[in-house]
Design a protein around this ligand. Structure first.
Ligand SMILES: [Zn+2]
Ligand SMILES: [Zn+2]
Length: 242
């Protein structure tokens, strides 16, 4: 199995959405690399300047990760944001409005999401059994994104839907037990799995707290609104040839 296959299998080894898990891991490691190696890298600094210090979500995420590890300390963040503040000040002094382009971490994670979702859809046939038997459960967004790439393969679409329903019913069942155990007549405490089900319910509806999951989406029914159409068409073309 190749490296992506290994990643996907690893992601299926934990409870929760495997796509969100891989994106979360990617986001954290990108931020750690910035803090560890690229604080003074002119290319990275340029990327920061484009959005005036990332989007609010990633700016605070960067700060959180920097504070969580003494290895990074506060210097990197101070150096970067002193520069960003200077840019803002300069624009104010000149009386110009400073433009904030898209945050480059948002862009990078979105691209990663493309890759992971695409790979998941491409390999769903071989992953289905592992997915079924795992505690993993795709969040609503990633289930729908994968589903929308399955094209005409109705049997695969149906199998995935059945597994998804089974998993969600399992979570609901555990949550009901969790709730029942709060009844004063109950003598049992909720089990760990029942407590975990509460978190899994939130994760299966909303995904992990990632930038991509915070983006407001219009209710157009197009899950690929953020994804370029040429890319999607290319994927369908490639897969119809298989
Ligand atoms: Zn997800
Ligand atoms: Zn961002």
């Amino acid at each position: 199995m190749d490296i992506i296959g290994v990643y996907l299998k690893e992601a299926l080894g934990r409870a929760g959405c495997p796509v969100c898990y891989l994106l979360d891991k990617y986001e954290k490691s990108s931020i750690e690399t910035i803090l560890y190696e690229h604080v003074n890298d002119p290319f990275v600094r340029e990327k920061f300047a484009e959005s005036l210090g990332l989007c609010p979500y990633h700016a605070w995420k960067l700060k959180e990760i920097a504070s969580s590890n003494p290895l990074y300390g506060g210097l990197g963040i101070a150096v970067i944001y002193e520069h960003m503040l200077s840019l803002y000040l300069k624009s104010l002094q000149k009386g110009e409005k400073i433009e904030e382009k898209e945050c480059y971490l948002c862009k990078a994670v979105k691209e990663k999401e493309h890759d992971v979702v695409e790979t998941f859809a491409e390999r769903l046939n071989e992953l289905l059994e592992d997915y079924k038997n795992s505690e993993a459960v795709l969040c609503k967004r990633h289930y729908e994104l994968i589903n929308s790439l399955l094209g005409e393969d109705t049997s695969l679409i149906e199998s995935l839907r059945e597994i998804q329903i089974e998993k969600l019913e399992g979570i609901r069942e555990k949550m009901r037990k969790f709730i029942e155990k709060f009844d004063y007549r109950s003598r049992e405490a909720p089990t760990q799995k029942e407590a975990l089900a509460v978190l899994l319910a939130i994760e299966s509806l909303k995904g992990l707290p990632l930038g991509v999951n915070f983006v407001k989406r219009e209710k157009t029914g197009h899950f690929w609104r953020d994804f370029s159409w040429p890319w999607r068409l290319e994927f369908q073309r490639k897969n119809s040839k298989r």
